[in-house]
Design a protein around this ligand. Sequence first.
Ligand SMILES: Nc1nc2c(ncn2[C@@H]2O[C@H](COP(=O)(O)OP(=O)(O)O)[C@@H](O)[C@H]2O)c(=O)[nH]1
Ligand SMILES: [Mg+2]
Length: 395
Amino acid sequence: MSYTIGLVGTPSAGKSTLFNAATDNDVPEGAYPFTTIDPSMGEAYVRVECAAPEFGHSCTPNHGVCRDGVRYVPTKLVDVAGLVPGAHDGKGLGNQFLTDLNEADVLVHVIDFTGETDLEGEPADDHDPREDIDVLEHELDQWYLDILEKGLERYRSGYHGADGDVEDDLAEQMSAFQISSDEITQVILGQGLDPDPDTWDEDDRLALARAIRTRTKPMVIAANKMDTATAQANYEAITTDPDYEHLTVVPVSAHAEKALKGGADAGVLAYRPGDADFSVTGDIGAERRAALDEIRAFLDRFGGTGVQSVLETALFEELGAIAVFPGAESPKPDGTFLQDCFVLPDGSTAEDFAYFLHTDIGDGFLHAHDVRSSRQIAADRTLDHRDVVEITTTN
Ligand SMILES: Nc1nc2c(ncn2[C@@H]2O[C@H](COP(=O)(O)OP(=O)(O)O)[C@@H](O)[C@H]2O)c(=O)[nH]1
Ligand SMILES: [Mg+2]
């Protein structure tokens, strides 16, 4: 199991550029856990501070790499092309777009913050990036609403749901979104709605669809092309607009990341993806040096190109996932150490982790050990990000 981060946005927002910058990694061959089935699906990495130095050893990752104490943990990235206004009504790639979108656990909405691309991806003079946000939210909400209405029809038809509870019919209709009937009940109550669906008017149903959407499809905005003055002005305006306070907006320059990675691949730059700085290690011309000076000014101002941080924000903050190391305090006889680092759902317990590793490990669970503190931990203890956990089994 691993998470999939979906890049979504209007044409020309910079999805492919960001996708390429995030997936074109200098990782040894054979280190890829996912086979590429289609070109829009790739392997990206999220950074996790490695636990190995705390034990005085260096790690030997099975997947991804570790660079000076920073683990690059693989995650799937998918470029979901085809967002156009009216997608939920079947416009453009329509339903295919929504099906593809559903493969993602969390979304990164890539937006051209320069305002020089309209909703159809055509050049524009003064497009407001807020429209991009509104359009995607509207498409998603309508899509969820359509499914919610079908769930209500199912409920009214009375053919399904043994107990006749509306949340059961809704959960069944929304099974693709992986939401349980208990969670639906929570959302209904959270919206202050009466449990009887016959009392819900159109606005109530839309609000409910939206609440289920934000819960099952968390999202972060990649404010792309922030290497331009117009994008910076729009960023300032949007991040101070109270109507958009509910969103997390990460400033990004996919171009800068691509340039730095290119320089690192060519051996003229020392740069680790996500770093806030780089150094020139090879011969570069005056022109390239000037371009790099601009990138350095960008990094100084924003703390990085934003490509790594937008993926990490999506996974660890919006989705709330945690990274856990299965391990012991010293290397195995063959010298391997902390080979794995897994990304698990928010709220995972020691026992969940055991089952995540293998059904046999879960079934044979005896106790878990917090390796850092050398303390035994209960099966139902929820784990924290970067925990190092050893599981002892009966077999
Ligand atoms: N200035 C600037 N231009 C960018 C950036 N990222 C992408 N672009 C440009 O935006 C255009 C569309 O990019 P592309 O990745 O093909 O967009 P997609 O249609 O969303 O996949 C191309 O001309 C890119 O070079 C960026 O960070 N800064
Ligand atoms: Mg593209």
